[in-house]
Design a protein around this ligand. Structure first.
Ligand SMILES: Cc1cc2nc3c(=O)[nH]c(=O)nc-3n(C[C@H](O)[C@H](O)[C@H](O)COP(=O)(O)OP(=O)(O)OC[C@H]3O[C@@H](n4cnc5c(N)ncnc54)[C@H](O)[C@@H]3O)c2cc1C
Length: 500
């Protein structure tokens, strides 16, 4: 991702060389993305028809969270911003006048599309949202600053290995030099800057800037430059995963356009539907569950289809490098930090880091302010993701074993402790959520607070004093629009088959 993006940004002005080991594989997971990823493909000039069929790509419109409140329950966190009625978010209204106990289906369209396994695009490629954005009958109500443009309504699932191959070809075709070799040593100069890399077969490699994409090994940033690592494990204890790749006949099963995160006794299981198989894995805390037990739970969850499949056991390093950019080395990806896969933020953090690197790219004078600003921005993004993920464990109503009970006792960042109190009196909004860019907006926090069920909530008292007819009309409109969409959109299988 980094090499292709730098090439797309700077073309021939910057020479990019990628060193990739044949001996050391990639992590092999990372198949669900966040809705911002669309900007990455757009930037590279790639259409969905260019890459999705090659990478078994599918659409992801939401995360479906199962069993976080209690066994048998579920709710969606959709890529769909909140509607606002008379200056008040629809979910606040829903607390007061909602007619069912499903905030997600009452306030958003996307949960309906997920249940129907629908495509977000019509067969003529129109995006479903265009239907009602241009509805001339739609009243505007009294808008406020809280009302913004609609968020892009989907992300993707893809086969991570196939996408890595695809991007490799993309980059090499555009002039990136690729060396298949092992970096066996990193030599520093007297200032502690990287002077050159020593490879097994290609001798010494010298550059102006070294981007460490070596995964959890953090070969340059952590090993060679010895940059301290700040662990998030005190707040987020999951440090292991076991994964399976399960073949499915999607023509028969259909493809649900969402990632599912199913809470378990010591973590949660992801289910990521691709075009030709399902990626699944149990993310768990080693302090609460042994790897053999985790694998057994995952195999039971998958059922007979798991019988002959090989499990991939992974140790995770949760936290971040104190600085991601040190001297002439920038860590991007797992080498710089990771906050467990819940809500699919690994690739988002990579994309964000790459965009920031382009924005703050060093000149010949090596202005340290650019580096420091980059470090501040990337640290804030990952800290924000940490906060959002802590909410999942803290806010889940489950307290049925030590893992879930302990989650309620773990320390949270000071500001977040204050925010948790604020949310009990009024659902999260711009003033009461993490203030720096980290991809998640207040509506995402609202979905979690309402869906997880463990935080006592109440509607704002002001809603007892105002006319709620417009809000009721909007709630009815959601249902009507959802009904029409489910009737008219093709299934995801049908649409993606047509793309091939
Ligand atoms: C269990 C799990 C699930 C995840 N799920 C998601 C998800 O659903 N969505 C999401 O966005 N993210 C997810 N992630 C994160 C995502 O997988 C990573 O962010 C992404 O794959 C990028 O990894 P990477 O390139 O940093 O490291 P890796 O994939 O580990 O790649 C490291 C590369 O460095 C090379 N290398 C290492 N050492 C050397 C050396 N000495 N010499 C030469 N080359 C070397 C290797 O050959 C390899 O190519 C998940 C992560 C984990 C652990």
């Amino acid at each position: 991702m980094t090499a292709s993006y730098l090439r797309a940004a700077f073309a021939d002005s910057v020479d990019v060389t990628v060193v990739e080991s044949r001996r050391i594989g990639t992590i092999g997971v990372g198949e669900a993305t966040f809705s911002t990823v669309r900007h990455f493909f757009d930037y590279l000039g790639l259409s969905e028809a260019d890459w999705m069929p090659e990478c078994n790509g599918t659409y992801k419109l939401a995360v479906r969270l199962e069993n976080w409140r209690a066994p048998g329950t579920h709710f969606y966190h959709p890529f769909e911003r909140m509607r606002v009625v008379d200056g008040v978010p629809l979910t606040d209204w829903w607390q007061k006048v909602g007619e069912s106990d499903c905030f997600d289906r009452d306030c958003f369209l996307i949960p309906w599309l997920c249940d129907a396994k629908a495509s977000p695009r019509y067969l003529d490629h129109r995006l479903f949202e265009q239907d009602f954005d241009e509805d001339p009958d739609r009243p505007l109500y009294r808008t406020t600053l809280a009302e913004q443009n609609t968020q892009f309504p989907y992300a993707y699932h893809f086969d991570a290995s196939l996408l890595a191959d695809f991007l490799c070809r993309y980059a090499v075709e555009r002039g990136v030099r690729r060396i298949v070799d092992d970096v066996v040593d990193v030599r520093l100069d007297e200032r502690g800057w990287i002077e050159h890399l020593v490879t097994r077969e290609h001798g010494d490699l010298t550059g102006d800037l070294y981007v460490d994409c070596s995964g959890f090994r953090s070969r340059l940033l952590g090993d060679a430059l010895d940059e301290p690592f700040i662990s998030f494990q005190d707040a987020l204890p999951n440090d292991r995963a076991v994964a399976l790749r399960v073949p499915v006949d999607t023509a028969v099963e259909g493809i649900r356009p969402c990632t599912t995160a199913t809470a378990q006794d010591a973590g949660w299981i992801w289910t990521i539907p691709l075009y030709d198989r399902i990626g699944t894995g149990y993310v768990y805390a080693g302090d609460y569950c042994e790897p053999e037990e985790a694998e057994r739970v995952l195999r039971d969850f998958v059922g007979p289809a798991a019988a002959d499949l090989e499990a991939n056991h992974i140790r995770m390093r949760i936290g971040r490098s104190r600085r991601a950019w040190v001297n002439n080395c920038v860590g991007i990806g797992l080498s710089a930090g990771f906050v467990e896969p819940l809500q699919s933020t690994g690739i988002f953090l990579i994309q964000h880091a790459i965009e920031q690197l382009v924005r703050y790219f060093p000149g010949t004078d090596r202005d340290p302010v650019l580096r420091d600003t980059y470090n501040l921005s990337t640290a804030r993004a990952i800290e924000g993701v940490r906060e959002f993920l802590i909410l999942h464990y803290r806010g889940a109503a489950r307290v049925d074993n030590d893992y879930w009970r302990d989650a309620k006792k773990r320390a949270v960042p000071d500001d977040m402790a204050m925010r948790l109190e604020q949310w009990q009196s009024k659902l999260p909004d711009n003033d009461t959520t993490y203030p720096y860019y980290h991809a998640f907006e207040p509506y995402s926090y609202v979905c979690m607070a309402l869906g997880l069920g463990g935080i006592p909530l109440r509607h704002p008292p002001a809603l007892d004093l105002v006319d709620h007819r417009a809000a009721r009309a909007e709630l009815a409109r959601v249902r009507e629009q959802a009904r029409k969409l489910v009737e008219t959109l093709p299934s995801q299988v049908e649409y993606l088959s047509g793309l091939r």
